[in-house]
Design a protein around this ligand. Structure first.
Ligand SMILES: Cc1cc2nc3c(=O)[nH]c(=O)nc-3n(C[C@H](O)[C@H](O)[C@H](O)COP(=O)(O)OP(=O)(O)OC[C@H]3O[C@@H](n4cnc5c(N)ncnc54)[C@H](O)[C@@H]3O)c2cc1C
Length: 483
């Protein structure tokens, strides 16, 4: 029986472990975190998966407990393979690896169906991905399902299945080196000891938690970003792969980062989820100079949110404020109602400005007045479509969903940069085999998840990370088991 060692215990690793065990291998997972902090970045997620689907029937297959009422009260739309592929192309500036994204797209629905069969429970992502319009839930962003219980629910279901299949899971086991060379891998060094394996699957995440690497690859100021998720993804396994001759690949100067609560801790805290603030599309955002600095309505949140951390980091002091009025507050999702958020409220704009420390208050009030005067009231507001309700004549216009801030109460959320994941990593082929600098597959070495480069450049379509981890994790596990 082949022995497959899997490095990491997040979504990609667990999918690999289940697939390898199903294919008949003896599987050992090595996870550097203690059991109490298991699940990696995957545990911190909202559990949203991007997948191809053709209308309500595909959703119903993924969500067997979808009720008649939910069917009737929802417009799930459809998200076809062409659109998913095009999204990945466009958001990456046509740089994404065509082979990998084709596999990601084509295998998205079959892989989610496989996960459902492994015990993962999917639900429609009503709270984050639909707006109620004329009494119906309208889905708008190609991201329609999430896992029950979010990321923790996802990894718990996968751990349950892996354990039921007899997978051995070793916590507090940090992989430090790979044993072998650029032609063949024969095991790993873990906690200072060698461990033999017929195949090794690397699924240990990117390097977002390594502030020194962030500055080196992403640039000045990135040491100041807050880490939204796992503190254990420091890139040391990527480094170990380079040491035996693996090829670096993808967008090393790019990452996924979002607006994040300015008062959040430096590393993700699983007890304090939802500190991202991704619905700036419904309001405006100002920096310390009291000025807007981008078009908040250029596209749906799913297609632009991943650049907002970088955008705010470039502003004076690396912080800013999202501003909303009473019209938008009721449709802001849960992430705007978490306890201990840096939230300020007043019945007047002047009163709100007085509560914001470090902002140029007069400039902020001028910005709001100019914005309000520029809103084109002719178009109806509809958050479920790009409604074209913009501003006219500003230096930076808002293209959609523009509404004057004039109905009290007014609220502000102070935000900074929260880094989610890094884009640069290792090169793999269609069998998830890690490639050497010479362009050959390294026998016995596979990779999946965040540490795979070449999928995202510049921007990222929400929900692609979990889907790609599952798709390539499953492929890596199967291939590692077969050899
Ligand atoms: C707050 C937040 C919300 C998110 N929401 C979503 C979402 O809804 N949908 C989506 O698609 N994506 C989301 N993402 C992105 C998503 O988390 C990642 O794309 C995905 O979870 C990566 O999975 P992975 O298995 O590659 O890595 P991880 O889940 O991070 O697993 C890697 C594991 O490897 C371990 N490890 C690291 N180094 C070593 C070592 N040397 N030895 C042994 N083990 C090691 C780590 O401890 C970790 O457990 C979100 C991310 C965050 C932070």
């Amino acid at each position: 029986m082949r022995h497959v060692v899997i490095v990491g215990a997040g979504n990609a690793a667990l999918c690999a472990a289940i697939a390898a065990a199903e294919a008949g291998a003896r599987v050992t997972i090595l996870e550097r975190a203690p059991e109490t902090a298991r699940g990696g970045n995957s545990a911190f997620t909202g559990g949203c998966f991007r997948t191809v689907y053709d209308g309500v029937e595909d959703i119903a297959r993924l969500v067997p407990d979808l009720t008649e009422e939910e069917r009737d009260g929802s417009d799930f739309g459809r998200y076809d393979a062409e659109k998913f592929y095009l999204d990945l192309c466009e958001l990456s500036g046509y740089r994404a690896d065509p082979l990998l994204i084709d596999i990601l797209v084509q295998q998205s629905l079959p892989t989610l169906s496989w996960m459902r069969d492994q015990g993962v429970r999917f639900l429609p992502a009503y709270g984050r991905q639909s707006f109620k319009v004329d009494g119906r839930n309208i889905f708008w962003g190609g991201l329609t399902v999430e896992t029950a219980g979010g990321g923790v629910g996802l990894v718990d279901a996968l751990f349950r299945r892996a354990e039921a299949l007899g997978v051995t899971i070793r916590y507090d086991h940090k992989v430090e080196q790979l044993i072998g060379n650029r032609h063949r891998i024969e095991g790993v060094v873990v906690n200072g000891e060698p461990l033999h394996a017929d195949a090794v699957v690397l699924a240990s995440g990117g390097y977002h938690a390594n502030s020194e690497w962030r500055v080196r690859t992403l640039g000045q100021g990135w040491d100041l970003a807050k880490v939204r998720g796992s503190r254990y993804n420091t890139g040391n396994v990527i480094q170990a792969a380079f040491a035996i001759g693996a090829r670096s690949h993808g967008n090393w100067s790019g990452c996924h980062s979002v607006f994040f609560d300015a008062g959040a801790e430096d590393f993700g805290n699983i007890a304090m989820l939802n500190q991202q603030k991704n619905y700036f599309t419904l309001g405006i955002v100002v920096n310390r100079n009291g000025e807007r600095f981008f078009d908040e309505g250029s596209d749906f949140r799913n297609y632009i949110y991943s650049k907002m951390g970088a955008a705010i980091l470039r502003q004076p002091g690396g912080t800013g404020w999202q501003l909303f009025d009473a019209q938008s507050i009721p449709i802001l999702p849960d992430e705007y109602r978490v306890p201990r958020a840096a939230r300020f409220e007043s019945d007047t704009l002047e009163g709100l400005a007085a509560k914001l420390e470090g902002i140029d208050r007069d400039a902020m009030l001028r910005t709001i007045a100019d914005f309000n005067a520029a809103v084109d009231d002719g178009m109806p507001f509809n958050p479920a479509v790009k409604d074209g309700r913009g501003t006219r004549g500003l230096v930076i216009n808002k293209s959609n969903w523009a509404r004057a801030l004039r109905e009290p109460p007014f609220v502000a959320y102070e935000v900074t940069c929260g880094i989610t994941l890094t884009y640069g990593g290792l090169a793999i082929d269609e069998q998830a085999r890690v490639q050497s600098e010479e362009g050959e597959a390294i026998a016995g070495l596979y990779a999946a998840g965040e540490l795979v480069g070449g999928l995202y450049y510049d921007r990222y379509p929400g929900g692609a990370g979990l889907t790609s981890g599952a798709v390539f994790g499953r492929i890596a596990g199967e291939q590692a088991a077969i050899g």
